[in-house]
Design a protein around this ligand. Structure first.
Ligand SMILES: Nc1ncnc2c1ncn2[C@@H]1O[C@H](COP(=O)(O)OP(=O)(O)OP(=O)(O)O)[C@@H](O)[C@H]1O
Length: 243
């Protein structure tokens, strides 16, 4: 399937997936999945509930091992050194019972980062004024921005996002999206799972549409939204696709 390219910018780590399969609990959840992402811009992953979007992100981040096939990032097969250059943000923020600043410091320390970098990261996610507060007492949107600051603190080449704004209000969503756009412009490959068609339209340079553990379409965003190739994608966009 053709992999699209968007605006010019710093070159991003390419992804090549071939014949990916995953069986769990006796069920074949992903099979024969091929995907090439080599262009610029943000890739949105869409598909109905249970399509395999979260499993695909976990496979791409090396959290689970495939039953078949291979995944190469920048020409390198999955390994600890590949995944160290990636970060994954989940729908529910995973934070330490510490202050906002300490949450970011914890990640930075492993990378020999300093307080100046932490302050810059908190500024980037709009949380400078909350640095001393307990992270777990922040609002959901603020906690998700702490999670994003922690992800960015790792200096990732690849940022994987699994419905990170699903429980945020529109203002928090807007802020989160603008940070992601800036991050992508600065040379980070962003792969973003979302159920929200409006968000996918706002964010996507290309769209990967999954159904039943397979890539059904991978197209530049405009083509996908204006003229999907398949009835499955048309049905999904119209809100009438069931598994
Ligand atoms: N550990 C597991 N063992 C067995 N089945 C699993 C496991 N994890 C996920 N599944 C199944 O795999 C399928 C794909 O799950 P996945 O979470 O990737 O879907 P998704 O596309 O992210 O869905 P949603 O939009 O609802 O979050 C689902 O049918 C799910 O029940």
């Amino acid at each position: 399937m053709a992999a699209p390219a968007a605006a010019s910018g710093p070159s991003l780590v390419p992804l090549k997936v071939r014949g990916l399969g995953l069986a769990l609990g006796g069920k074949q959840l992903i099979s024969g999945l091929d995907l090439t992402i080599g262009g610029q811009g943000i890739t949105m992953v869409m598909g109905p509930n249970g399509a395999g979007k979260s499993l695909l992100l976990r496979l791409l981040h090396g959290l689970i091992a495939p039953s078949a096939g291979r995944i190469c990032w920048g020409g390198h097969p999955m390994s600890a050194s590949v995944t160290r250059r990636q970060a994954l943000v989940f729908q529910k923020p995973v934070l330490l019972r510490r202050s906002v600043a300490a949450n970011v410091d914890f990640v930075l320390r492993a990378r020999k980062g300093d307080a100046r970098q932490r302050d810059a990261l908190l500024d980037r996610v709009g949380l400078s004024d909350k640095a001393g507060q307990a992270a777990r007492l922040l609002s959901g949107g603020e906690q998700q921005r702490v999670a994003l600051a922690r992800a960015l603190a790792t200096g990732p080449e690849v940022l994987l996002l699994d419905e990170p704004t699903a429980s945020l209000d529109p203002t928090s969503v807007h802020l989160f999206e603008s940070i992601i756009r800036d991050t992508a412009r600065q040379g980070v490959r962003v792969i973003f799972v979302s159920h929200d068609v409006g968000q996918a339209r706002r964010m996507a340079d290309d769209v990967v549409f999954l159904h039943r553990g397979r890539v059904v379409e991978h197209k530049p965003a405009k083509g996908f939204f204006d003229q999907p190739d398949t009835e499955l994608a048309r049905a999904h966009l119209a809100g009438r696709l069931v598994m």
